[in-house]
Design a protein around this ligand. Structure first.
Ligand SMILES: NC(=O)c1ccc[n+]([C@@H]2O[C@H](COP(=O)([O-])OP(=O)(O)OC[C@H]3O[C@@H](n4cnc5c(N)ncnc54)[C@H](OP(=O)(O)O)[C@@H]3O)[C@@H](O)[C@H]2O)c1
Length: 276
């Protein structure tokens, strides 16, 4: 089966927009259907379909059941939902009909359907039936999306990790923007957004290139505790920024504790600073 064979995208929300953009970009033919339509007209297929259910988590099970009833989903098709929190249980109706079910979770934050991030170069996870996982990985290859196969797991904790990155990244940008605007009153919101996005993009590059443990470029690395103290002092104009900075430092300190280049004296000073 070709990875793009009979590709069907269900939903017209944010995640669907990201897939739609990626399919167009890679010239992959697909059929988009409206989840809330009262009925669907999908021509009979001679080869198995790959159906991506990009609908709100709470409607995955009912939409899947409707797709099975309408024979859009049948034996040997692959069905993939996109929810990070859920395993394949909401797709039980498709499995009962002989289809192969998987949870394909793009590790991507899509804020606006009008301008979704390109999927090329990003990552996703897949869990479920081996045939569904293979189909997802083949599709990922065509889209330039790195699809990592994961086992059954605590999906709440897995999704918490994703939410921490996605929500935390925005929270850091918001707090930094507030400090920037108070420091440079002439700055436009667009310029401030460009500045924070530039930093986040460079951090993403470093994390991908050298891993989280080596991605730190902070005065803390040099044992420059006075600089960190000056930061905390300057952040008093926006207390949430200081709180975020303290939390971030506590996390990186826990990793630096294992770093031979970070002296015990610097660590002790940093701990003292954070406790005041
Ligand atoms: N947005 C993200 O950053 C993100 C990231 C990772 C994973 N996801 C996952 O991607 C999936 C889609 O999320 P989303 O952010 O794209 O949500 P969304 O923007 O709110 O869109 C959800 C879609 O669900 C469908 N829907 C709404 N009410 C429905 C109903 N009563 N019955 C059936 N379908 C209904 C609609 O499709 P129609 O318009 O076609 O009717 C709607 O466009 C979710 O599983 C989510 O967990 C999202």
């Amino acid at each position: 089966m070709s990875a793009a064979a009979n590709l069907v995208l269900v939903g017209h929300g944010r995640m669907a927009a990201a897939f739609e953009r990626a399919f167009h970009r890679e010239n992959l033919p697909f059929r988009a259907i409206t989840a809330r339509a009262s009925q669907w007209r999908v021509p009979h297929a001679n080869t198995p379909r790959t159906v991506i259910l990009a609908v709100s988590d709470r409607y995955i099970a009912s939409t899947c059941e409707r797709l099975v009833d309408a024979r859009v989903l049948a034996k040997r098709d692959v069905v993939l939902h996109c929810a990070g929190m859920l395993d394949t249980r909401p797709l039980a109706s498709a499995s009962l009909a002989g289809a192969f079910a998987g949870a394909l979770h793009p590790l991507v934050a899509v804020a606006s359907p009008g301008d979704p991030p390109p999927l090329r170069g990003l990552a996703a996870t897949v869990q479920g039936h081996p045939r569904a996982c293979s189909a997802a990985r083949r599709l990922g290859k065509l889209l330039g999306l790195d699809v990592i196969r994961v086992p059954a797991m605590d999906r709440a904790r897995y999704h918490a990790a994703a939410a921490l990155c996605a929500t935390g990244g925005v929270a850091l940008a918001q707090a930094a923007q507030s400090l920037l605007e108070q420091t440079i009153p002439s700055l436009s919101p667009r310029e401030a957004a460009q500045m924070t996005a530039s930093l986040l993009a460079s951090v993403a590059h470093n994390v991908r290139a050298v891993g989280t443990h080596n991605a730190l470029a902070s005065p803390l690395m040099r044992g420059d505790i006075p600089a960190v103290a000056a930061h905390l002092q300057a952040m008093q104009v926006h207390p949430p920024a200081a709180a975020l900075y303290r939390a971030a430092l506590a996390q990186v300190l826990s990793v630096l504790a294992c770093d031979d280049n970070f002296t015990e004296a610097a660590r002790a000073q940093a701990v003292l600073l954070l406790s005041t």
